[in-house]
Design a protein around this ligand. Structure first.
Ligand code: BGC
Length: 435
């Protein structure tokens, strides 16, 4: 599909050239180094106090995966050599479909949220057994050690009160006490990007980068020589790369940022992740209406919430007349569309998604240059998240961009889906605390 037919300004707004990506690599590397040296940087470079798993970890562990709108509690049997079995799981939305509760809005308290999480875990913890828990918590935390993670700020528009600045492990332990749960020990807390990495490293020792391309975006990696703490081993570092701020924003990025909960923060995430790309699409549609590409009065964009899933269906429609898009459009109040108009929508969505994948690939290229400047060995990048897994073209675009930026060296880079990595990686982290 050619994208050329879109108004040239929109095309320009969402196109990012090879040269721009190369500049971003340099700027990202600069921020990595500044962050590592604990100087001012948009990359927090947060130590995890976790190092490589041996691959031999085994036993039954609980895992909690709290990442946004859903929570997952799992009982996992680690069997060594990268093998595992999920024995039981409890999945629950944090916002109920019937509006009876919402644990992620500012009206909810830390006690309510953590009581809910504790109850999900208790349902898996049979009475006479003791359990060790790994907790994947998908938000920026400053760690003092593997059981002490202080939430720096919420992202992805979450806002539960009384959690920022608190130690998440303590909040969960307090909920265990309130509910009389005595047989679960929260042994490790880690970022979801690190659990994606650990889950993959449990099977494949070449894995040294982990990333999430889903509702949120973030990347972590194994830092060979972290010198800021006494922790001597190589250490997994959570870069909080969604906060990288040297990306060139277009006018839609600026509007989105201005209207978000934390203007100025999470710049890269707001250009790349599933939580925001639908909103960028919605904002750009206004201009397609203003420039007469889409009809004026038929579309109601003001209250439409366009999700990452909607964007995936826009891209996936390969039907002759774009009929799938046609059946989706009534949710924008648009009942009569022409094929050509649907094609413009698909082109716009594609442009936004491709920009996201290209930006993400540039940050991977930078991270690789940091850990192995000569590309002397093989690397696996473990990636979890709905965008990477389900968005048409996304994974392919990342690989293509890595070749564009690294040439033949990209032969040594293997991007792999780390499906459900959060739960498994959290269990592996819990297991490493016993060795
Ligand atoms: C958070 C990260 C997290 C990412 C993916 C971001 O909003 O700041 O900590 O890893 O989302 O879930």
């Amino acid at each position: 599909m050619t994208l050329g037919a879109l108004p040239s300004q929109i095309l320009k707004d969402f196109t990012i050239s090879t040269q721009q990506l190369e500049n971003l690599i340099e700027l990202f590397l600069y921020d990595m180094r500044e962050g590592l040296a604990q100087r001012h940087s948009s990359l927090a470079m947060l130590p995890s106090y976790l190092s490589k798993p041996s691959g031999q970890e085994n036993g039954i562990f609980l895992a909690l995966d709290f990442g946004g709108t859903n929570v997952r509690a799992l009982k996992i049997n680690l069997q060594g050599n990268g093998k595992y079995q999920v024995l039981e799981r409890q999945d629950a939305p944090l916002v109920s479909a019937d509006d009876s509760y919402n644990y992620i809005a500012s009206t909810a308290t830390a006690e309510q949220l953590f009581d809910f999480l504790a109850a999900k875990l208790a349902a898996l913890a049979t009475e006479n057994n003791q359990y060790v828990l790994g907790h994947a918590f998908s938000f920026p935390c400053r760690m003092a050690n593997i059981e002490h993670a202080e939430l720096l700020y919420w992202t992805k528009e979450l806002a539960t009160s009384g959690v920022v600045g608190k130690n998440i492990v303590e909040l969960l332990n307090e909920a265990f006490v309130r509910q009389g749960i005595r047989n679960i020990k929260a042994a490790a807390i880690l970022n979801d990007s690190i659990s994606a990495l650990l889950a993959a490293a449990y099977k494949d020792t070449r894995t040294d980068i982990g990333s999430i391309c889903g509702t949120g975006h973030n990347t972590c990696y194994l830092e060979p020589s972290y010198t800021q703490t006494d922790y001597a081993k190589p250490m997994y570092m959570n870069m909080e790369s969604g906060n990288f701020d040297k990306v060139p924003q277009n006018r839609y990025d600026e509007i989105l940022d201005k209207n978000s909960d934390r203007p100025g923060a999470g710049r890269l995430e707001k250009m790349c992740s599933g939580r925001y790309i639908g909103e960028l699409f919605r904002l750009a549609c206004y201009d397609l209406i203003d420039t007469g590409v889409l009809p004026q009065s038929t579309i109601s964009l003001t209250s439409a919430a366009i999700t990452g899933k909607d964007m995936a269906s826009l891209l996936a429609d390969s039907s002759h007349n774009l009929q799938v898009i046609n059946t989706w459009l009534p949710q924008l109040g648009w009942t009569q569309s022409r094929q050509e108009e649907r094609m413009y929508l698909q082109k716009l969505a594609t442009l936004i998604v491709h920009r996201s994948a290209r930006l993400v690939a540039a940050t991977y290229a930078a991270t690789l240059r940091h850990i192995d400047p000569d590309f002397s060995r093989q690397h696996v990048i473990a990636i979890d998240g709905s965008l990477y897994e389900k968005m048409p073209d996304y994974a392919g675009k990342i690989t293509e961009t890595l070749y564009e930026l690294l040439g033949k060296d990209a032969d040594k880079i293997h991007c792999k889906l780390s499906k459900d990595g959060s739960g498994v990686g959290a269990a592996v982290a819990a297991a490493t605390t016993l060795s």
